[in-house]
Structures are given as structure tokens and as C-alpha cells.
Design a protein around this ligand. Sequence first.
Ligand SMILES: CC(C)(COP(=O)(O)OP(=O)(O)OC[C@H]1O[C@@H](n2cnc3c(N)ncnc32)[C@H](O)[C@@H]1OP(=O)(O)O)[C@@H](O)C(=O)NCCC(=O)NCCS
Length: 176
Amino acid sequence: MVEMPIVIQDYMPSDREDLNQLALAAFAQYELHYEDWNGFQEGVARMSDLAGNADVIVAKRGGIVVGGIGHVGPGRPRDPIFPDQWSVIRMLVVAPEQRGQGIGKRLVAACLQRASRAGAAIVGLHTSPIMADALSLYTAIGFERDCDLPPINGVPYARYVLSAEAIPLALKLLNE
Ligand SMILES: CC(C)(COP(=O)(O)OP(=O)(O)OC[C@H]1O[C@@H](n2cnc3c(N)ncnc32)[C@H](O)[C@@H]1OP(=O)(O)O)[C@@H](O)C(=O)NCCC(=O)NCCS
């Protein structure tokens, strides 16, 4: 059977429930790592709320949401761990059964294009060593760890950064 192509597009309010369910499914693999799993899941299940202060981008196959990501542009409200003039990448998620096909890379590329258009000097994100696939994706395109962050719910986190000058090479690597 021929698979439908992946379409990357802006989040629409009608994607709300699908995106939230997808985020829950994407993070389910971390259940044993967080001390307060129920509390953590409550936050994950509100991924669509990002759309209030961020550009949310979704990946769809055959009209079904299979991935998502948030881009918080310079000047938009954010966690104080990120300076105001940065772009921030939030919550990269791909449906477990759709992984390994380049959907995550396409979502990150869409985010970096937004950051570039917005004139951000730095793109930041926070992630954890438990998120090994995401970490290898981000470090493979040039993100560097710049500081440790307080653990979230018992899970270690660190901040990673990519300078604006490094975005063109990152986009090239993402498209290979
Ligand atoms: C991280 C995630 C979004 C990757 O999505 P994906 O669509 O499978 O990613 P891609 O197919 O675009 O792969 C991109 C890169 O990710 C890394 N990667 C993906 N799957 C991997 C695996 N099983 N093992 C190691 N690296 C892997 C590789 O660097 C890969 O690049 P390559 O194909 O050139 O080797 C997905 O695994 C996910 O949703 N994880 C759970 C949620 C999460 O941890 N989010 C990150 C929050 S910071």
C-alpha cells in the first residue's frame, strides 16, 4: 500500500484533541522516569495550550496528526530559563508508530526556519539525557549543551543552544 505523504502545516484549533493525545502517546515511554508521572502527564496533555504564545507546527499524514512542535519567537512569554530575545523550541513529538522516517527532522527544520525569519540570535531548548533520540537529533545538527538545569520531577535536564549563524548548516543537515 502506498503511504500518504507527510504534510507540515500550522496548527489549527481543530487539531487540539489529536495533538494532545499524540503528545501523551509520544511521552508515554518516560513513565518510569518521572517521580510524579500523573502531574507530568497533565502538562503533556495540554500541548495545544502552547498555541497561546507560540507557533505550533504539526505534521499530518492523510489528515491525521502524527507530529508536533512549538516555536516561541523572540519577545513572546517563555520560561525564564530562556532570555527574551531567543527563539525557543518546545515539545517535539512524533507518534511512536511513525518514528524513524524523518518527521522529527522536518518539524525541527520548520522551527529553525521560523527562528531565522524572526531574527533570533540564539535558538534554545531544554531536554534530558533520557530523551536520547531527541538529544542525538539536536546535537547532530549543532545544538550544544550550555548549562545544567534543575531536575524536573526527578529527571535531569540541561539547556542547549544553537546560534543564528549555525542555522543554515543545521537546515542543510536536516534536509540530507
Ligand atoms: C525525538 C523524536 C521526536 C524523533 O522523531 P522521529 O520522527 O523518529 O525522528 P527522525 O526520523 O526525523 O530522526 C531524526 C534523528 O533522530 C535521531 N533518532 C531518531 N530515532 C532514533 C533512534 N531510534 N535511535 C537513535 N537516534 C534516533 C537520529 O539522530 C535521527 O537522525 P538520522 O535518521 O539521520 O540518524 C521521537 O523519538 C519522539 O517523539 N520521542 C518522544 C518525545 C521526546 O522525547 N521529545 C523530545 C522532547 S525534548
